[in-house]
Ligand binder design. Structure first.
Ligand code: SF4
Ligand code: SF4
Length: 298
């Protein structure tokens, strides 16, 4: 039987806070979709400060690409100590102290402003590695891309961008976003066709969900909610979704077998194979919502 052509979409999976099961859902969703569209699904881990999707997907890594940014290197023999570079730096990553010019590479975003304003030509830009992109494939044919920020580095953006550059428009791409709603999450979710927000049915979960929804709306990315560990008796998430006209696309019940499997590094499909159909139904709902969104825009 000929293989079905996958819909070429990019779906980000995000959460307003850590610990909601975002990575469990994103990896399991990618695995479920891979059974439907073999060889046509890719998984991108943009949670570069704490990438852990590989623990669940266990890919074979075939290549590792360094991610570098250009940072200034000052030739003190040429430098006049004028201070223009320090004045131009928004990140306080370069300072002129008495007779020395000191740089703080971990604060530098590589914007190049200091070299631009240096009239003496004393600044040369040199590459500095801030992270790594790991490339590979899982045993069941899922293409795997994961970014890893160097320990101690604060600039996740170049690594996030390096991972996103591997997004293929002829594939169905599932992106695991960093938790929270700060810049790394926004840079990951931006440009996606849809953002699936994973939450837990608790007052804390609801509070963070509100922020995540506002962030997606601000970015102009349509979003929907998946409630993980459902069944606590807290109805606040359902009520919020209804009041906001926010699609609640799925619900995964609290299940000890899932928690135990997860603690051993196994995803939803390994713990409960029937969740594969649930996740495919979630995706079908997402596809419909994207079509609706596109037709509203036209
Ligand atoms: S702008 Fe150039 S010359 Fe002036 S302090 Fe900085 S490095 Fe030295
Ligand atoms: S490249 Fe930009 S961020 Fe880095 S030291 Fe120069 S001005 Fe500052």
């Amino acid at each position: 039987m000929p293989e079905q052509q996958c819909p070429c979409l990019t779906i980000a999976v995000a959460a307003g806070k850590g610990g909601t099961g975002k990575t469990l859902v994103s990896t399991s969703l990618a695995q479920a979709l891979s059974t439907l569209y073999p060889g046509q699904v890719q998984f991108l881990d943009c949670d570069v400060e704490e990438p852990n999707a590989h623990l669940l997907l266990r890919p074979e890594i075939s290549a590792q690409d360094p991610v570098t940014v250009l940072v200034p290197e000052v030739d003190l023999n040429v430098c006049t100590r004028c201070g223009r570079c320090a004045d131009a730096c928004q990140n306080h990553a370069i300072a002129v102290i008495r007779q020395a010019v000191v740089t703080f590479p971990e604060l530098c975003s590589g914007c190049g402003a200091c070299a631009y304003v240096c009239r003496a030509g004393a600044i040369r830009e040199v590459p500095r590695q801030v992270g790594t992109v790991h490339l590979g494939r899982t045993a069941d044919g899922l293409e795997f891309v994961a970014g890893e920020l160097n320990v101690g580095d604060q600039k996740a953006t170049p690594v996030t961008h390096a991972v996103k550059r591997h997004t293929r428009r002829d594939r169905l791409s599932i992106i695991d976003a960093p938790p929270g709603t700060a810049c790394p999450m926004q840079e990951t979710v931006d440009d996606s066709d849809f953002c699936l927000l994973v939450t837990e049915p608790t007052p804390f979960g609801l509070s963070d969900l509100r922020l995540a929804v506002e962030t997606c709306r601000g970015l102009g990315v349509p979003c929907g909610v998946l409630v993980n560990r459902a069944g606590s008796g807290f109805d606040g998430v359902d009520e919020y979704c209804e009041a906001e006209g926010l699609p609640l696309v799925g619900r995964i019940e609290q299940d000890r077998a899932i928690a135990e499997a997860y603690s051993r590094g196994h995803g939803l499909l390994a713990a409960r194979p029937e969740t594969g159909d649930l996740l495919l139904a979630v995706f079908a709902r997402i596809e419909k919502l994207i079509v609706q969104e596109v037709s509203q825009d036209d």
